[in-house]
Design a binder for this molecule. Structure first.
Ligand SMILES: Cc1cc2nc3c(=O)[nH]c(=O)nc-3n(C[C@H](O)[C@H](O)[C@H](O)COP(=O)(O)OP(=O)(O)OC[C@H]3O[C@@H](n4cnc5c(N)ncnc54)[C@H](O)[C@@H]3O)c2cc1C
Length: 336
C-alpha cells in the first residue's frame, strides 16, 4: 500500500529464513525454537550424520543463514527437502518442562520430541526489507508512518539477530507515536491525506477462482525460484512468471482476498527485482552464482519505488550510512 502511494521501499531482497520449522504441509507451521539446539539438540541428515559439524565452528549453533545454507547443501546432495532434529539424547522431563509449546505441538502432529527424530525444513520468518523510514517512523511521504516488521529502519542490517524484532516494535512503535502526535498538532488537515490507487469507482475485479490460483502461483514461484538460495536463471523465470500473472489480472475490486493477492504480488516483484540486482551473497541474501560478499560493489542498500508517471517499478541503490557506499552503484541501477 505504501509503495502504491509512492513511498520508497528498501532492502526488499532480505528475507530471513528460520532453519527449523516443522516439516509438513501446514502454513503457517510450528516453529522449533533455536533454544532446542541451544540446549543440545542436533541436526541430522538422512544418514544420521551431524552435517553441521565441520561446516561451522559452532556446528548447530551457527548463525541462521549459515545453518540454512548448509541445509540447502544437504537437500541438493541427498535429493530431499528436509533434515532431522534430534533431541532424543536430552532428558524427557527437561524437554517437556522447557519446551511445552513445541512438545505439545509435536504431540498434536503425531511426533514425540523425546523419542523420535523430528523432520524440519527452513521457513520464511522475518522480512528485513520494508518501507523506508527514519528512526521516527517517517516514510518518504509526509504524513505516512511505518514501524515494526513492515518498516526498514536499517537496524537489522542484512541479517536480523533473534529477538530484535520485538525490541524494534517496542522502541520504534513508541517513537513513531511521539512523532505522529507532534505531526498531527502542526500539520494542515489538507495535507494529511495520503492517496492510494484504489479507485472510487466500483470495479468488477477478478473471479475468486482466479484470485486463489494467482495466490498459489505467487507462493510457488517464490518458494521455487526466490527462496533460500537464488540465482540469475531462477530469478529471471520468477520475474517473467510474475509479470505474466500481473498482465493476466483485471484491476482489483474491493475484495480482501483479491487485494491481498495484489499486495503479495507487489512484494514478490520487489523481492525478485532486488534479489536479481544484488549480485553477491550477504546476510540472508544468498546467491549460488555470486556466493561471496562483495563490499566493493554491493556495500549499499537497494531501493524500490514506483515511477509516478509511468507506474513502472524503479530499482536503485543507496549508500549504507557511515560508508562511501557501493563503488559502482550505477552498475546496479535499472528500471524494472
Ligand atoms: C513463529 C514466529 C516466532 C517469532 N519469534 C520471535 C521472537 O522470539 N522474538 C522476536 O523478536 N521476534 C520474533 N518473531 C518476529 C516477530 O514476531 C515479528 O517481527 C513481530 O511480531 C512483528 O510485529 P509488527 O507489529 O510489526 O507486525 P504484526 O505483528 O504482523 O502486526 C501487524 C498487524 O497489522 C494488521 N494488518 C495487516 N494489514 C492490515 C490492514 N490493511 N489494515 C489494518 N490492519 C492490518 C495485522 O492483522 C496485524 O495485526 C517471530 C515470528 C514468527 C512468525
Amino acid at each position: 500500500m505504501a509503495y502504491r502511494a509512492g513511498a520508497v521501499m528498501r532492502d526488499m531482497e532480505f528475507m530471513q529464513f528460520h532453519p527449523t520449522a516443522f516439516y509438513g504441509k501446514e502454513n503457517p507451521t510450528l516453529l522449533l525454537t533455536e533454544a532446542l539446539r541451544g540446549e543440545g539438540a542436533y541436526l541430522l541428515d538422512d544418514a544420521g550424520e551431524r552435517f553441521m559439524i565441520g561446516s561451522h565452528p559452532r556446528a548447530e549453533l551457527a548463525p541462521r543463514d549459515v545453518v540454512v545454507r548448509h541445509m540447502k547443501r544437504v537437500f541438493d546432495r541427498d535429493k530431499t527437502d528436509h533434515v532431522w532434529l534430534d533431541a532424543r539424547h536430552l532428558k524427557c522431563d527437561f524437554l517437556r518442562e522447557r519446551f511445552p509449546t513445541v512438545h505439545n505441538g509435536l504431540k498434536n502432529r503425531g511426533f514425540d520430541l523425546c523419542t523420535q527424530l523430528i523432520p524440519v525444513a527452513p521457513a520464511s520468518h522475518y522480512y528485513i526489507g520494508g518501507v523506508l523510514t527514519d528512526t521516527w517512523g517517517r516514510t518518504t511521504i509526509p504524513g505516512l508512518y511505518a514501524c515494526g516488521e513492515t518498516s526498514s529502519t536499517g537496524i537489522h542490517g542484512a541479517n536480523r539477530l533473534a529477538s530484535n524484532s520485538l525490541l524494534e516494535g517496542l522502541v520504534f512503535g513508541e517513537r513513531t507515536v511521539r512523532e505522529l502526535n507532534r505531526y498531527l498538532a502542526v500539520a494542515d488537515p489538507a495535507v494529511r491525506k495520503v492517496r492510494l490507487d484504489l479507485s472510487d469507482e466500483p470495479r468488477e475485479g477478478n473471479d475468486p477462482a482466479v484470485v486463489q490460483k494467482g495466490r498459489a502461483t505467487v507462493g510457488q514461484v517464490m518458494i521455487d525460484l526466490c527462496g533460500m538460495v537464488r540465482n540469475h536463471g531462477d530469478l529471471d523465470k520468477a520475474r517473467k512468471t510474475l509479470t505474466a500473472l500481473r498482465r493476466s489480472l483485471a484491476a482489483p475490486g474491493l475484495d480482501v482476498a483479491e487485494l491481498e493477492l495484489f499486495n503479495l504480488l507487489t512484494v514478490a516483484e520487489h523481492m525478485v527485482a532486488t534479489a536479481a540486482l544484488r549480485e553477491e551473497s550477504r546476510g540472508v541474501h544468498l546467491r549460488s552464482d555470486f556466493s561471496e560478499r562483495d563490499d566493493a560493489h554491493w556495500r549499499c542498500h537497494s531501493l524500490v519505488h514506483r515511477n509516478a508517471i509511468t507506474g513502472e517499478l524503479v530499482v536503485e541503490t543507496s549508500p549504507v550510512e557511515g560508508s562511501s557506499g557501493a563503488k559502482d552503484a550505477s552498475a546496479g541501477k535499472g528500471s524494472r
